[in-house]
Every structure is written in structure tokens, then in C-alpha cells.
Design a protein around this ligand. Structure first.
Ligand code: ATP
Ligand code: MG
Length: 235
């Protein structure tokens, strides 16, 4: 399964994947801490699907999604990373694959099968579904019944499905996905995030009954964090 699309040049598929390139770095350790915290919040219910979102653009959603997906995959969970940011997709760049088709193709062409559009990455247990061509109506596509069925299929094929999404305050896409997944991880960019936008995001998530399992403060200078500074190894 998924064998057809495996990339030949494996070493070139890891742009931005610090947990693969530098697994012993402080940053990788922080991604493992996020994974552990997510696992702690699974005491009552095992999550099958997680949305990564933020208040505003450029917070680090895509970088976090890819590294977290690889971190979960490293403990033998079969993970599917889905690029549900149809407006500004990046998963294909991170893993250096083509984005001629993907999620939007499956949603629009009823003859297209999920399994045919999934790439197996060079990271064991990590699979990706790129966004596909940018559509005029992303929110409509994500809220469709076909998307619901597709999500069910993804969750039946994988242990964990991680959705990279656009920022909450810009468009409704992430809010839609947050309402139908098991958990949301909220990324906030240190020193740039605006309090009002964070509060607005919180309200948008509450409106759809999202289960926010954690927030990640991204881009903290290691000098600001004495614990990591002390244990840091220069990565
Ligand atoms: N902790 C970090 N340290 C250094 N660079 C970072 C960090 N987090 C993100 N970046 C860089 O910031 C840029 C934006 O990150 P990313 O694409 O992950 O954000 P995003 O929230 O997905 O943005 P968008 O809203 O545009 O989808 C990228 O160039 C990424 O490499
Ligand atoms: Mg992004």
C-alpha cells in the first residue's frame, strides 16, 4: 500500500524536519515534550485526529505539524500528515514532492482514491497527503460530507492524522476542522502574537466545541529560557 509514490531520493525529503536531521537537538527534545504532553491528554480517549492551527499567519503551524508528525511516527505510530491549508500549502515543499494532486483532487474527483494520493516519506511510519491544486472554495470543501467520509477513511487507515491548517482569524477553514477532530494544538508566535487575536481564536474554537489540548509558544530565544539554555547543546 502507498508504495507507488515513494520518493527515490530519500535524503532530499527532509527540509525543515529537525527531528529527523538533528534528533538529539534541544528543539527535537521540545517536540518530544509536546508529543508526551499530547499523550498525557489522551488518558480517557485515544486521539485519532489533531489539528494544528494558530491565531495569525506565520506562527509556525506547518513546521510544528511536520516535526510533530515525524515525532509521533518515530514511536511506531502510523501517522498521516494532511495539508489542509489549501490556501498556502507547504507540506509538499517540506517533503519535496509534487503537489499536482492531493486532498482537493480526492474531494472533487469521485474516482480518485485516498490511497493513491498518499506519499510514503523516507521517515518510517510517516505518510503525507499534500493539498492538491488550490481551489476557489476551501472552506466549503472542508465542511463537505465527502471530507467527513475521507477523514473517517484516514482515521481507519492510520493511528494518527495530523491536519496542518490556515490561521483561525483569517479564514474559517481551521475552525471547521477543529470542530470535527479529536484535539487542537494552538501555535502562538512569541513576541508577535496579539492578545485580541488569541482571544478571538479562543472564541472561534469554543464556538465549534473544539478540544484544545495544548498551546505551543513558538520561537522562544533559548537565552529567554534558562532551563533549555543550561541543557542546550548549541542546536
Ligand atoms: N521556531 C522557529 N525557529 C526558526 N524559524 C521558524 C520557527 N518556527 C517557524 N519558523 C520559520 O518561520 C516561517 C513560518 O513558519 P511556518 O510556515 O511553519 O508557519 P505557518 O504558521 O505555517 O505559516 P502560515 O500561516 O503562512 O501557514 C518558516 O520559514 C519557518 O521555517
Ligand atoms: Mg503553514
Amino acid at each position: 500500500m502507498f508504495g507507488k509514490k515513494k520518493k527515490k531520493n530519500e535524503s532530499s525529503t527532509r527540509a525543515g524536519l529537525v527531528v529527523v536531521n538533528k534528533p538529539k537537538s534541544v528543539i527535537s527534545e521540545q517536540y518530544r515534550t509536546i508529543r508526551t504532553n499530547v499523550q498525557f491528554s489522551m488518558v480517557d480517549q485515544e486521539f485519532k485526529s489533531i489539528v494544528i492551527t494558530s491565531d495569525a499567519p506565520g506562527a509556525g503551524k506547518s513546521l510544528t505539524s511536520a516535526n510533530l508528525a515525524a515525532t509521533f511516527a518515530s514511536e511506531d505510530k502510523r501517522v498521516l500528515l494532511v495539508d489542509a491549508d489549501m490556501r498556502k500549502p507547504t507540506v509538499h515543499n517540506t517533503f519535496r514532492v509534487r503537489n499536482t494532486d492531493g486532498l482537493t483532487t480526492i474531494l472533487t474527483d469521485r474516482h480518485t482514491q485516498l490511497q493513491d494520493k498518499i506519499y510514503k516519506t523516507s521517515v518510517d511510519n510517516l505518510y503525507i497527503l499534500t493539498s492538491g491544486p488550490i481551489p476557489p472554495n476551501p472552506a466549503e470543501m472542508l465542511s463537505s460530507e465527502r471530507m467527513d467520509r475521507l477523514q473517517e477513511e484516514m482515521e481507519s487507515l492510520f493511528d494518527l492524522v495530523i491536519f496542518d491548517t490556515p490561521p483561525l482569524t483569517a479564514v474559517t477553514d481551521a475552525q471547521i476542522m477543529a470542530g470535527k477532530t479529536d484535539g487542537v494544538i494552538f501555535i502562538v508566535r512569541n513576541k508577535v502574537a496579539i492578545k485580541e487575536q488569541i482571544l478571538e481564536s479562543k472564541q472561534l474554537l469554543e464556538m465549534v466545541g473544539a478540544n484544545v489540548i495544548g498551546a505551543v509558544m513558538n520561537r522562544i530565544d533559548k537565552k529567554e529560557d534558562s532551563y533549555y539554555y543550561y541543557y542546550g547543546n548549541g542546536e
